[in-house]
Design a binder for this molecule. Structure first.
Ligand code: HEM
Ligand SMILES: *[C@@H]1O[C@H](CO)[C@@H](O)[C@H](O)[C@H]1NC(C)=O
Ligand SMILES: *[C@@H]1O[C@H](CO)[C@@H](O)[C@H](O)[C@H]1NC(C)=O
Length: 316
């Protein structure tokens, strides 16, 4: 019996990650010991000039991992007639690519050709959370950069209009659970959303109701002022929560009050299992931090790529 269990465990481990490309905490200890501190310094500096940088880095890493694994495909630029991910439809708030370029440049000058762009992005996302008052953690490293980036594949990203079953499907296709979904949605404690991302909830929601009835009505009204039905203001929108540059559990507290922006946020309250996790995270910052770290490590370990890119915007 014990032997069978051991065999099954071995098979399971090998099916999740092939032995050759498993990530490890000490991956750059010998080849580039300065890698992490170099990235942290670049992120710190960028944040002092622009407080939207942390949110941008966290979202960029999420998009990277959800398409072809965490392989830096989100960083590639369009070449010839290949339109890259970053020029695909939901790129509206992807920005701060220059931070990754700066980190890569700084690292190449100390240990050329060693640190992948995918690892730089994973580390920068961790730094973004930690430097915004959130938890910190050790990032397993050794990701490789991919050679393919297609705008058409951004359709694989979950949409803000998704309901709970669509979200579950999107996450489970990547080996992520409902618990991961609830914890990672807490990333919406940072940053900003454009009107188009929550328009469906505040205008023509249904034949019976202009506004999503699950929203706090005063909150919806205030959003309608910033985002009128035929909004013409290009960068109009709302901060994700009331403490937009602080990584905390405010997102969950507001969610329970009907003050979330997206249908996909509200959807977390539609099953008892996800709702109880929302309540747990709303009442404990420590529980949220712990769960977020666990799920981030899981998401950021989705495999991709095969090379270490020399310039994060172009394949070797
Ligand atoms: C569960 C599925 C998710 C959906 C449907 C979703 C959707 C969105 C949308 C529509 C925006 C606003 C884009 C805009 O209007 O500019 C956004 C922003 C953001 N998302 Fe998500 N997201 C999801 C999961 C995640 C995850 C897993 C993370 C990271 C752990 C994340 C982090 C962020 C951040 C930080 C922003 C703000 C970006 C900025 O201000 O630059 N999201 N998300
Ligand atoms: C988003 O895509 C459009 C084209 O679809 C492009 O012009 C724009 O530069 C892209 N934004 C970013 C930040 O790459
Ligand atoms: C979610 O949306 C899909 C597609 O519109 C639909 O088939 C499904 O029944 C919905 N699920 C829930 C729980 O509302």
């Amino acid at each position: 019996m014990a032997a069978i269990v051991a065999l099954l465990c071995t098979l399971f481990v090998f099916s999740v990650s092939s032995p050759g490309d498993a990530l490890s905490l000490d991956y750059y200890d010998k080849t580039c010991p300065q890698a992490e501190s170099t990235i942290t310094n670049v992120v710190k500096k960028a944040m002092t000039n622009d407080n939207t940088v942390p949110a941008a880095l966290l979202r960029m890493h999420f998009h990277d991992c959800f398409i072809r694994g965490c392989d830096g495909s989100v960083l590639l630029k369009s070449v010839g007639n290949n339109q890259a991910e970053k020029d695909g439809p939901p790129n509206i708030s992807l920005h701060a690519f220059y931070v990754i370029d700066n980190a890569k440049k700084a690292i190449e000058s100390v240990c050329p050709g060693v640190v992948s762009c995918a690892d730089i992005l994973a580390l920068a996302a961790r730094d973004a959370v930690a430097l915004s008052g959130g938890p910190t953690w050790e990032v397993p490293k050794g990701r490789k950069d991919g050679r393919v980036s297609k705008a058409s594949e951004t359709r694989q990203l979950p949409a803000p209009t998704f309901n709970i079953s669509q979200l579950q499907q999107s996450f489970s296709q990547r080996g992520l659970s409902m618990a991961d979904l609830v914890a990672l949605s807490g990333g919406h404690t940072l940053g900003f959303a454009h009107c188009s991302s929550f328009q469906n909830r505040i205008h023509n929601f249904s034949p019976n109701s202009d506004i999503d009835p699950s929203m706090n009505q005063a909150f919806a009204t205030s959003l309608r002022i910033v985002c009128p039905a035929h909004n013409k203001v290009k960068n109009a929108g709302s901060t994700m929560d009331s403490s937009v540059t602080t990584f905390d559990n405010t997102y969950y507290k507001l969610l329970l009050q009907g003050k979330s922006l997206f249908s996909s946020d509200q959807a977390l309250l539609t099953t008892s299992k996800t709702k109880s996790l929302v309540s747990k995270f709303a009442s404990s910052q420590a529980d949220f931090n712990k769960a977020f770290v666990k799920s981030m490590i899981k998401m950021s370990s989705l495999a991709g790529g095969q090379e270490v890119r020399l310039d994060c915007r172009v394949v070797n």
